[in-house]
Write a protein of this length. Sequence first.
Lengths: 183, 316, 426
Amino acid sequence: MQATHDQRDFQRLLNTLLDKIVALVKPGEPLNLVGIRTRGETLAQRLVPLLHDRGITEIGFGALDITLYRDDLSEIGPRPLVRPTVLDFDIDRRPLILIDDVIFTGRTVRAALDALADFGRPSAVRLAVLVDRGGRELPIQPDAVALSLGELPLDQVVKVKVAERDSYDGVEIERRSSHESRE
Amino acid sequence: MSETRWNRKHLLGLQDLSADEIRFVLDTAHSFKEVSMRSVKKVPALRGRVVVNAFFEDSTRTRMSFSLAAQRLSADVIEFTEKGSSVSKGETLVDTARNIEAMGVDVMIVRHAAAGASELLSRSLKCSIINAGDGAHEHPTQGLLDLYTIRERFGKIEGLKVAIIGDIANSRVARSNIWGLTKMGAEVILVGPATLTPSAFASVGCRISHDLDAVIGEVDVMYMLRVQNERMKSAQFPTVREFTKLYGLTWDRFQRCKKGVFVMHPGPMNRGVEIQSDIADGESSGILKQVENGLAVRMAVLYLVSQSGKAVSADS
Amino acid sequence: MASILIQNGTILDPSQQLQVKRDVLIEHGRITRVDSAIDSKGIKNVIDAAGKYVTPGLIDIHVHFREPGDEEEETIASGSACAVAGGFTTVCCMPNTKPALDNEAQIEFVLRESERVALANVLPVGAITKSREGKELAELASMFQRGAIAFSDDGVGVADSSVMRKALQYIKMFDGLIMQHCEDHQLAGGAMHAGLVSTLLGMPAIPAEAEQLMIARDVLLNRTIGCRYHVQHISSAFSVELIRRAKQDGLPVTAEVAAHHLLLTDESCRTFDTNFKMNPPLRTQADVDACIAGVVDGTIDILATDHAPHLAEEKELEFPYAPFGIIGLEPALALYIKALVTPGHIDWMKLIDMMTVKCAQIVRLPRGTLKEGSVADVTVIDPDLKWTIDKEQFVSKSRNCPFHGWDVIGRATHTIVGGKLKWRLN
């Protein structure tokens, strides 16, 4: 296991991501922030007060469960419990930023876009991720990234740890064990 | 935490499920309830899959509920309704079902008048089987949606006192509820005439009473079963009038119920017989909630049996 | 006809209470000599029965061969083959064929077919009522004269008490025998035993009282008549008690029990496997224990299989709709051993007694003995042979057997009928 970034680094990464997100937002415009469950949601929750500090206050917050939208190719390993998707805001005609912890094949984001389409029509959807580890299988790229790891070998897994769920913050790279799914 | 919580290919009854499995289904149903609140009430989870409603016994509402549930999961739904026993038709149940399956079926939902029919099919077919009611044996999705509704209302199931009232002997709904409720830690009291409340149920932890008025003050849930006229003809109780007198939820009885009592009924109701209209329509009634939750529970069940073969765990 | 010499075996002949090492010589269809060390010179067929029992040919007075009418399930020919493969030399077949065996011509047909097939002796049981409908008496005396060994409406009991009373009186006239399927008509209609299991499964069920009611009724009806009366396939504890009391009162009652009622309970029905569906149904352990006790104290006189063939497609139905019955001739002996001898409830002498001479006595057949001069119906049994019941290897046309895969001990190795070897274990 390779801990590439520890607690302190994590805060710096989060701030980097924050800066890049702020650059995407037009001042004075209402914004919808949707975290992809589960750690994307946690990151999004952390970003909301940070965005407030930067003067972006009109933020609709939501959490998206993409389990029911996954395509069959991403199904190696145990399937998660389906949790509700909560989007308590006006989705139509407003910009929406999807937040996730790691982008890999791009299939999770594709599923998230499908899910969003069932709720309405944002004016624009942008993607902000903490870590990009390469390995795309679809033409999907983030609009904001904090950490680019280049093209990581497929036998390695990137894990983002957040204190709310894992008792510490960090980014780790591990050798893949047989039951882990590719995301 | 990555334990497998559901890996069953079929849902044939609640008797064989563990409390953990039941809880998992209820939690999954919770998410599907949210789908039904959206404007686009669909998710692509079962897209391209074929679901057949094979109903060999009449039922409009359960069939519609399953049909809608499957459609909300984007599955292709086929309706097959053919009444009468296999013997009278000339083609056996297994043959009929195999013929349907040969067209490429992923999930078959089966309702049949004979106990064990869905079990027979699960042994003879390759697709997933969901039991929508087999004779007087089980109606697992009804049991699950009832558990969900109770949990939604009280926040828990354990420790509650639930009275099931009426024709227990001939009721698959009663049996599934008995299994589900006892597994989840509720106390079940069966109330009805001696001819319709078999004492054997005491051996699986139920209390049995023939006096509704004696227990009415202590129960949290009053689950009324439907009275069927066939029972009169087979001498199981004298008249509807006497039944209502002894076991009907009249307004007067309702006044003597526990404060905050929750009234449930699997439908369809005989208004004025087992339950008085204004109670059925009132605030204490969970009857419409049951129907609403039925949809979410059936979506969850369809989703889970379709995923079997891939272990489903509780954590991502 | 070539002679047969059975050497080195131990004869087990309950008719003479004899269990001793003896050779048996069979000539011209009869047992001509039973002696220690008979010389085999000049005899072509010598059977070495070392380590084996040599018994009178086994008899089963309750089987169903589906001819005429349902020949695809079993015929007199295939059924006879089952019988000899199970060590049986004589069987009595029930009249619930299509049409029923309710007249002379049908009785004649069975007897002739049995002769033509020439394996086991197949003796027909005539119906009590026309078409077994329970309303009018069939031509009982004519059938009796033609060779019907007994009378029964098996499949159902005679529901109408006044009809039953007349049947008892009429059959008593020529000292005939009634075999009754005891099941009260109005309590019938279920698919399994009415008890804890059926209640939890929500299955329509038959209470034990259905059987007891008819036994009690018949015993009472027969008190002043005294016709020979035999209770078929007894299954419930109190039924055994009723027979016990009737016998104590000196009434001419006999009873039989089948292997499945000594080995299985209604718990087997939980899987809805119709190979556990029969009538009377499998009941509780207490009933099994009472039946075993009935065998031990002699309340139950004999063992009988109630061999009831059905094709797979007939049994592969929803449990409440599937037909009742299982086959039993081929594994019977091993199952009786498993239920009664191995646990030490009875010994081999009593087992063979209940499968030979007692059966013969009930149907008044001059068989079931190894006395010199008697017809050579002989079975050779290896009591220590271990085998696994494999229904795919059965000679029966049907496969409805719940004992498939059971490991058992004891098997007939030779079946000799009328002095000819009709079956041998390979």
